[in-house]
Design a protein around this ligand. Structure first.
Ligand code: SF4
Length: 278
């Protein structure tokens, strides 16, 4: 027993600094990369992301204008992976669009589904529309955040369509690449996943110009006035001049309008309100 006593603390003191060191290197790496790519085009950023992470990176595709990410990936000529969260509550138009995108690009989207036991428990106890009564956090946690967490646990990096102009309140400081502040990657622990945001600095209008110029298929909901697209019960069209986030969870306070997928964008005091959604 005496021998064991001396081994355990020694192992502990060796292991701890290694982990910290690795996280620090990743963070410094990302900061350097972000700096070097600050004036890069989305295509250049996408190319760098796919080059660096190969099969360990995937595009998170929501079924909206983030289809631009898939077009950029195609243009790099590199192989790429795409995953989507099928919450079970998407508009029929979005399912149609997923199918169109699969055919257009000759790809299979890797769908992530919620845990059936968790959805069943939520719906049986609170009904199908509990989010209108007590907020969207619980339903989003079950249908989106946990499936996303599972998807990311199999990756070293992911690619999002987040843009600074989407939500001035929560997305104004998004770098083009960062260590994911919320989710874990394949190697486990916060700091083990890199998050790429190739269109962070791009204006929404430029995304649309790009989609038109490249003849990319788009979700037919856009022609019905939808800008932001999410689940059917929680998304509605906006009027001209209204901000796109006004079409999401419109019955809730503006600060709470991150569903947990990008919770790291929310500053400390606001994140407290969302406690448990990640
Ligand atoms: Fe549930 Fe609405 Fe969140 Fe979709 S957006 S997971 S329906 S609360």
């Amino acid at each position: 027993p005496k021998r064991n006593d001396s081994i355990v603390p020694l192992a502990a003191t060796i292991a701890a600094p290694e982990v910290v060191e690795k996280e620090k290197v990743e963070a410094e790496d990302c900061e350097q990369l972000a700096k070097s790519l600050v004036n890069a085009s989305p295509l250049e950023i996408m190319d760098k992301a796919l080059e660096k992470f190969g099969n360990d990176i995937a595009i998170a595709f929501s079924g909206a204008e983030d289809v631009a990410l898939i077009e950029y990936a195609r243009l790099t000529g590199r192989p790429f992976r795409v995953f989507s969260l099928d919450t079970g509550r998407l508009n029929p138009e979005t399912y149609q669009f997923f199918d169109t995108v699969e055919k257009h690009y000759g790809i299979r989207i890797e769908y992530m589904f919620p845990d059936s036991v968790e959805v069943q428990a939520l719906v049986r106890s609170k009904g199908l529309f509990s989010f209108y009564e007590d907020g969207h956090q619980e339903c989003c946690r079950v249908r989106k955040v946990r499936p996303l967490r599972r998807a990311l646990k199999g990756l070293r990096a992911w690619i999002t369509g987040q843009r600074k102009d989407q939500s001035p309140g929560t997305r104004s400081e998004i770098p083009v690449v960062q260590v994911d502040p919320v989710f874990e990657g394949l190697d486990g622990g916060i700091g083990s996943l890199v998050k790429w945001n190739p269109v962070a600095n791009v204006d929404g209008r430029d995304i649309w110009n790009f989609l038109r110029a490249m003849n990319v298929p788009v979700n037919s909901l856009h022609s019905q006035g939808y800008i932001s697209i999410g689940c059917e019960p929680c998304t509605r069209p906006v009027l001209p001049g209204q901000h796109e986030r006004e079409g999401r969870w419109w019955w809730e306070d503006a600060k709470a309008k991150e569903c947990g997928l990008h919770k790291g964008n929310i500053k400390q005091e606001d994140a407290a309100q969302l406690n448990g959604s990640g």
